[in-house]
Write a protein that binds this ligand. Structure first.
Ligand code: DOR
Ligand code: ZN
Length: 330
C-alpha cells in the first residue's frame, strides 16, 4: 500500500543550533516540505538580525533538501517599524509565558502589557502563536490558560491566534467555540497519557511541556483530528535534547519525534480507517489557515517495516528501537 502526500507541513518544530541543528534538521527536511521553526534558542530569536542569521544557519544545514523554514520571532513588545521590517521574513510571533518551558525565561509576565503589540499584530495581519500554559498545577495549566485565549480572542477579533500543542478536552472545546482561533496538536499527545510518562518507571523521553494528560483528553484530541477538525493542524513540537540532559537530575522537557512523525501518523490514521484525512491534517488545513503557498514537494508513504534507531547522534527518538509499519520517502 502506498500514499502520496502533497507538501507535508510540520507547523511547530524545534531545530536548535550548531551541532544539534545539523543532526536533527535533515530528519525533518527529508519528510516535510516546510516547518514552523521555534525561536527559543539559548539567545531567543527576538530581532530581525538574529532571525536572518538563524535562517541562514538552518538553510546551510538543509542545502540538500527541498524544505522551507517558516521562521518565527520570539514575542516581546516590538515597534511597528520592527514588525513591518520583519513581516516578509516571518510566519508569525511566538509567545511564551515567562519560564514556562525550555529557554522561555524572557517570555511574557503580563498579558495586558503585551496588548500594544497584539494590536499591531492584528493590524499588520501577523499571526500570534501561543504556548498556552499558566504557572498553576501542572495538570491544570492549559485549562487555566484558556481564559487568556478567550480574552485575547475577544479583544483582538481579527488577530490570527494559534493555540500551540493543545493537550486537553477543554482546549478542543474552546477551539470548537471560536472560529477565528486555530490550534496545533503533536503526535505524542495523540499517543501517550501521563501514565506513559510516570505511571511505571519514570520515562524521561516522554517528559514534555505541556505534560501528557488523561485518557479522556487524549481521546478527545484524537476524535477532533480523525474527524478532520477544520482548524486543527499537525505540529510535532519535536524537541531534541542530548542524552545527558534527559538522563539526569532535572530532566529537560521535550520529545524528539521528527524522524517518526509521518510514519506513525500514517499508522494511526490507517488504524482508525481515516487515511483520507491525513493530507488535510498534515498540510491542507495549515495552508488554508495561514494562507501558505504550494511548496511543490511530494512525499511517498509506503507500507514497509523499518526499525527506529536507538539514537541519532546523542538524541534518542520517540519509539526508539521499535518497528514501524510505514516508511516515508520522496
Ligand atoms: O517539551 C517541550 N520542549 N515543550 C516546549 O514547549 C519546548 C520544548 C523545547 O524547546 O525543548
Ligand atoms: Zn515547542
Amino acid at each position: 500500500m502506498e500514499l502520496l502526500l502533497t507538501d507535508p507541513l510540520d507547523m511547530h518544530l524545534h531545530l536548535r543550533e550548531g551541532e544539534m541543528l545539523r543532526t536533527v534538521a535533515p530528519l525533518s527536511a527529508k519528510d516535510f516540505a516546510a516547518g514552523v521553526i521555534m525561536p527559543n534558542l539559548q539567545q531567543p530569536v527576538d530581532s530581525l538580525v538574529r532571525l536572518l542569521a538563524y535562517r541562514d544557519e538552518v538553510g546551510k544545514a538543509l542545502s540538500q533538501y527541498l524544505f522551507t523554514p517558516l521562521m518565527t520571532l520570539f514575542f516581546k513588545n516590538y515597534s511597528e517599524k520592527e514588525l513591518l521590517e520583519a513581516r516578509p521574513h516571518i510566519l508569525g510571533i511566538k509567545l511564551y509565558p515567562a519560564g514556562i518551558t525550555t529557554q522561555s525565561e524572557s517570555g511574557v509576565r503580563d498579558i495586558r502589557g503585551a496588548y500594544k503589540t497584539f494590536e499591531l499584530l492584528e493590524e499588520l495581519r501577523i499571526p500570534l502563536l501561543v504556548h498556552g500554559e499558566s504557572n498553576g498545577f501542572v495538570m491544570d495549566r492549559e485549562r487555566e490558560f484558556i481564559s487568556v485565549y478567550q480574552q485575547v480572542a475577544r479583544d483582538f477579533p481579527q488577530l490570527h491566534l494559534i493555540m500551540e500543542h493543545i493537550t486537553t478536552a477543554d482546549a478542543v472545546r474552546f477551539l470548537d467555540s471560536s472560529d477565528k482561533v486555530s490550534a496545533t496538536v503533536t503526535l505524542h499527545h495523540l499517543l501517550i497519557t501521563l501514565d506513559d510518562v510516570a505511571g511505571n518507571m519514570l520515562e524521561p523521553d516522554l517528559f514534555c511541556k505541556p505534560i501528557a494528560k488523561t485518557p479522556h483528553d487524549r481521546e478527545t484530541l484524537r476524535q477532533a483530528v480523525f474527524s478532520g477538525h477544520p482548524r486543527l493542524m499537525f505540529g510535532s513540537d519535536s524537541a531534541p535534547h542530548p542524552r545527558h540532559k534527559k538522563e539526569c537530575c532535572g530532566c529537560a522537557a521535550g520529545i524528539f519525534s521528527a524522524p517518526v512523525a509521518l510514519p506513525l501518523l500514517a499508522q494511526m490514521f490507517e488504524e482508525q480507517g481515516c487515511l483520507d484525512k491525513l493530507q488535510g491534517f498534515v498540510s491542507d488545513i495549515a495552508k488554508q489557515r495561514y494562507g501558505l503557498p504550494e511548496f511543490g514537494k511530494t512525499v511517498r508513504l509506503s507500507k514497509e517495516n523499518w526499525k527506529v534507531p536507538e539514537l541519532y547522534d546523542t538524541v534518542r527518538p520517540f519509539y526508539a528501537g521499535q518497528t514501524l509499519q510505514w516508511t516515508a520517502t520522496i
